[in-house]
Design a protein around this ligand. Structure first.
Ligand SMILES: Cc1cc2nc3c(=O)[nH]c(=O)nc-3n(C[C@H](O)[C@H](O)[C@H](O)COP(=O)(O)O)c2cc1C
Length: 138
């Protein structure tokens, strides 16, 4: 499913998204509460949190001593949000093609930063756990 997401186009070849897979019942329960007590978050076997992730680029820039001011522009936020949405929708279509149901949960944005440890910097989402950046399957 994630490979299907990775096959989506990304703007400028920057891959400004990440996904966090949540299977632990306790963690899903907490997410359900934070997203307005949506029972289907507790009930689903796999909950994928798709992130507009500019933190990875920030880390790379920092590690190389390169400037990263451009990441603060609204344009980059829009770019990352579109990248994440395209990846999520590719994964959704893949899941449905296999007969699996899915539903987007916009409620995840209510106060989920608390649960996932998303960074305090408003413009840079930072998950605790990220899959390793890797070559997108082609
Ligand atoms: C960005 C987005 C956020 C959504 N958030 C929720 C949500 O928090 N909980 C939920 O049960 N469904 C959510 N949905 C699913 C919609 O409620 C669902 O798609 C609805 O049935 C609208 O009908 P349609 O998909 O045929 O347009 C969301 C869908 C999208 C695209």
């Amino acid at each position: 499913m994630v490979a299907a997401g990775q096959s989506a186009s990304t703007s400028s070849n920057l891959q400004t998204w990440s996904v966090v897979a949540v299977e632990d019942p306790e963690r899903k329960g907490k997410l359900s509460e934070l997203a307005g007590n949506q029972a289907h978050i507790r009930q689903c076997p796999l909950f994928l949190v798709w992130l507009a992730d500019l933190a990875r680029l920030a880390d790379i820039a920092d590690s190389r001593g390169l400037p990263r001011e451009a990441l603060d522009y609204l344009e980059m936020f829009v770019t990352a949000t579109i990248d994440a949405a395209l990846a999520a929708q590719n994964a959704a279509i893949f899941a449905e093609s296999k007969g699996l149901g899915m539903v987007y949960i916009g409620g995840i944005r209510n106060q989920v930063g608390v649960e996932l440890g998303i960074a305090s910097q408003p413009s840079l989402s930072k998950p605790d756990l990220r899959f390793s950046p890797q070559e997108a399957p082609r």
